[in-house]
Design a binder for this molecule. Sequence first.
Ligand code: HEM
Length: 341
Amino acid sequence: MRGNPWTPAFAGVTIPMKNTYASYLGLQRLLSAQILQTSSDDELLFIIIHQQHELWFKLAIHELDCAIKSLMKEEAQDADCIIAFKRLSRVSAIQHILISSWDVMATLTPDEFFLFRETVGRDGASGFQSVQYRMLEYKLGLKYRFLDFELPGGGRQTIDVFENAQSEEEKERLRIALAAPAIYDAVISYMARVLPAFGIEDPRSGDYSHLHRKIAAVFRAWSYVYRNRASAPELYQLGEKLIDLEDAFRKWRFAHLATVSRVIGANTGTGGSSGLRYLRAAANQLFEHPMYPELWDVRSEMFSRPQEFDLAAAGYDSEQGPSPQPSPRMRGEGGSREAGG
Ligand code: HEM
């Protein structure tokens, strides 16, 4: 029974005798997790903005998991689609909080950061090592395990993102997330069942550890949905929600880039990359290789004159099935993402 002080709420979790505001939220642990390493009065800001990101990343990953689960249900119906939509709306709202948090970060001036950057970044610590950020990328559809980047001197280095895991258990979670369907796999799977006339191959039978590659049948289905929104309103809404997610993800990367430029200029990163050049390449990458390419192509097609939009020229391989072209920047399990010049 919940509320009984001696009964576990869930396996391994015991409800404390008195459920106060502070105990329920674990505030003692949460608020003692800001350990300053310097005497700078600005370091607390730096720690809290990073921690805030990690907390929201955690929730966004959870919401994406729930949305994926709803859409992948064998008998998914309109109602499951609406639930997924609601979950994704929550992820969008989180993304907007994170984007606006750069306004707070940007109040850190270079002279203020200079006083503690050397100390906190002395062992190569950087957001680059955020495991939850990679996990979020996996859920959104950016699947890769190795990251190739340009070193400040011009050489290149490849890192295994799994090596940033802080424990074997965390590494296993990364491995599972890389192999599991991302949100677009789930949407396509749902679409394949709701619009069978388009002959979309259900990606559930596929290998999810790789980036999504353009599928002509998926493009045609989206094109239909956008031209006949009254006949597939749930999919239309879902399509726009995916665009919201990708649009916000792009904006986050650009906001990060702009803030980094403002605070440390064109200097190298504490994580060992070329810094601004690396981040610029990462931000532009989503325009060159979007996560949900068919949805962006529908826009190009819609505003093209008749006969102007050519599927082969847009990178679609054949009438059906995935085109074989890999993205030059990111490949899946065993592959890599290249960035930084
Ligand atoms: C003044 C503040 C910040 C500066 C100067 C900064 C700088 C950098 C730099 C130079 C990089 C490139 C990798 C490297 O060599 O280190 C990087 C990557 C990264 N940073 Fe920041 N950062 C700041 C704040 C943040 C915050 C608040 C977050 C939130 C979690 C964050 C998350 C990331 C992530 C996830 C990457 C990897 C991006 C990718 O691989 O596409 N950074 N940062």
